[in-house]
Design a protein around this ligand. Sequence first.
Ligand code: PEP
Ligand code: MN
Length: 350
Amino acid sequence: MLVVMKAQATPEEIQAVCEHIEQLGFRAHPLPGAQRTAIGITGNKGEVDRGNLEELSGVAEVIRVTKAYKLASRDVKQEDTVIRFAGTDATIGGRGLAVIAGPCSVETREQAFSIAEKVAASGARFFRGGAFKPRTSPYAFQGLGLEALRIMADIRTEFGLRIVTEAIDNESLELVAEWADVIQIGARNMQNYSLLKHAGKLRKPVLIKRGLSATLEEFLMSAEYVMSEGNYEVILCERGIRTFTDHTRNTLDLSIVPAVQRVSHLPILVDPSHGTGRRDSVLPMARAGVASGADGILVEVHDHPEKALSDGPQSIYPEQFATMMDEIEQIAPVVGRNLPRGIQVNSEVA
Ligand code: PEP
Ligand code: MN
């Protein structure tokens, strides 16, 4: 259920409606929009008795949300969600494309700093690097853990880049939430509902990568898990799905971009690195991702990919990243976007 408040409803009226909902034993999610505030109701097993609600002061109407996902749905919030990063001009969602770039894994301080410097010089605003790696083999490099988080915090101080890194379990989630700016939930954990719920209790943006065989609805339900706990800052990321093709690691399903945008207000990024697994396919698919209307690109960059401890074959060189930025900058206006380059950090807040 969704309570739509009148455009002129006061904060007190909104508060009173939320309290009323909570008294009924449900959870209220006030979602301010450009025109009016909508209040999502979750936690109800069946239909909520709308009679009382419609009579409360400031209420315009009470609507039933029929989709399985509620808070992630455009029925609840029409305007696109724009995620902001305190003390900076960085955003994810909205007109400006967001670019998240960096190595698959943080391997050494020197490696991470060297790549960060180069992606920052090309105008990236977000740095990615795995600290906790979900690897297919238990014998493969598992990440530097806390040490990698410390290195990335130093990268944020040095270059202003906001940090995106993956949490693989509840233990790493606490650490990632403490040290990073965006918590990544990987494809393999997209349906780890306990992890999603924990991420929902935090107040840090959560980037959810699409599961290897997840449908649109399953993908959005993962976002719903986070949002149902009160964390509304969710970013989706298409990273390729399993198909029968063998010319790429995965099949980058760009058609999910308009499909998500049709039904959800959440931003969606495209990851052409995991989406193809091949360096020579990354730039074409990054261009296609922007052309499809995505809100940005997440890409793996390494200055010595032949020595990378993970995902070397799909990591592009820093020079290729510079080319990618120039190319997507040209495509952006065709789809009503622009590519902001470089991050402004207000030193007092950061
Ligand atoms: C990654 O971003 O390095 C990663 C492991 O991604 P995914 O979960 O999409 O495989
Ligand atoms: Mn990777």
